[in-house]
Design a protein around this ligand. Structure first.
Ligand code: C2E
Ligand code: MG
Ligand code: MG
Ligand code: MG
Length: 292
């Protein structure tokens, strides 16, 4: 390793490596106090029912507003947060903030929706996860049925027995579970059968070329049919075009999420969408009472 060769071997690092190591250190340093400094925000991306066209839930997606580096994508820092263990306090902040936000919408009389929170492997494996979830629900007064955790196949497969045990505990509390990025990881179909989940989420890599790639069409159709045979719901992520949406609807996909309907939004904009949707529902039902 270059480090062991003394400082005159500094050139051993390529410019790229050097930058990325430095960058990593800067990010890591920043991550350490980003929770305390309140530099994280959550955006919420609507999930839409493909039959009714209504928003039934949102997914919380973290954003980091770094004082010098500006907005940093979770794709750049979640991995580092995982490696360093900082994902545990960060994830706890996400969970608590998302639960509180969903409860605030309910308390304001908006149509009740579910809140999905991404949970990464280290966070899921953490001893007190179930306790932390229970505490976030208790502190926010959000009903457990209004919370969903998105986990990945690779997370579950790391320690199948322990993961399924935790998933069962969460399910017993009333919390729903979904498998995120389905199809990109490895899980045997027999293992899938034993997961106490309610939804499979088709990864956006299979959705992006859905309109004209027969392989992706076959994969999407297979996942939809597999989900339904296992009595699960199925949602497609990353839906950007009408054609993708039509294909999914025609092939019996239940739900979708993507820029076609909405980008991840700050809370106020979600609220506006929910209000507009509520008004439309009352109008559709001939319920004009509300507007007198
Ligand atoms: P994910 O959970 O699979 O989330 C979907 C990602 O796709 C999000 O990226 C979302 O903004 C993006 N997206 C949504 N609709 C579209 C679309 O129509 N087209 C395209 N091209 N992209 C779309 P984002 O917000 O950058 O998050 C990336 C990943 O970072 C997430 O993937 C998730 O794995 C992770 N992540 C985000 N927030 C959290 C968090 O609070 N905790 C943890 N542990 N991970 C998080
Ligand atoms: Mg997700
Ligand atoms: Mg996903
Ligand atoms: Mg994904």
């Amino acid at each position: 390793r270059a480090k062991d060769m003394g400082s005159n071997n500094f050139q051993f690092y390529t410019r790229e490596m050097n930058e990325s190591v430095e960058e990593k250190l800067v990010l890591l340093e920043g991550l350490r106090n980003a929770v305390d400094e309140q530099q994280f925000r959550l955006l919420y991306q609507p999930k839409v029912d493909l039959r009714s066209g209504l928003i039934f839930g949102v997914e919380a997606l973290i954003r980091w507003h770094h004082p010098e580096h500006g907005m940093i994508s979770p794709l750049r820092f979640i991995g580092l947060a995982e490696e360093s263990g900082l994902i545990v306090p960060i994830g706890e902040w996400v969970l608590r903030t998302a639960c509180r936000q969903n409860m605030a919408w309910r308390a304001a009389g908006l149509p009740p929706i579910s809140m999905s929170v991404n949970v990464s492997p280290r966070q899921f494996q953490e001893m007190r996860l179930v306790e932390r979830v229970a505490q976030a629900l208790a502190d926010s007064a959000l009903p457990a049925g209004a919370l969903e955790l998105e986990v990945t196949e690779s997370l579950i497969m790391r320690d199948l027995a322990q993961s399924v045990g935790k998933m069962r505990e969460l399910k017993a509390m009333g919390v729903s579970l979904s498998i995120d990025d389905f199809g990109t990881g490895y899980s045997s179909l027999s293992a899938l059968k034993s997961f106490p989940i309610s939804t499979l989420k088709i990864d956006k890599s299979f959705v992006s070329e859905l309109a004209d790639n027969p392989d992706d069409q076959a994969i999407a159709m297979a996942v939809i049919s597999l989900a339904h045979k296992l009595n699960l719901r199925v949602i497609a992520e990353g839906v950007e075009t009408e054609q993708q949406c039509r294909f999914l609807r025609e092939n019996d996909c239940d739900e979708m999420q993507g820029y076609l309907f909405s980008r991840p939004l700050p809370p106020g904009e979600v609220e506006a969408l929910l209000l507009a949707q509520d008004a439309r529902c009352h109008l559709a039902a001939g319920d004009t009472e509300k507007f007198h």
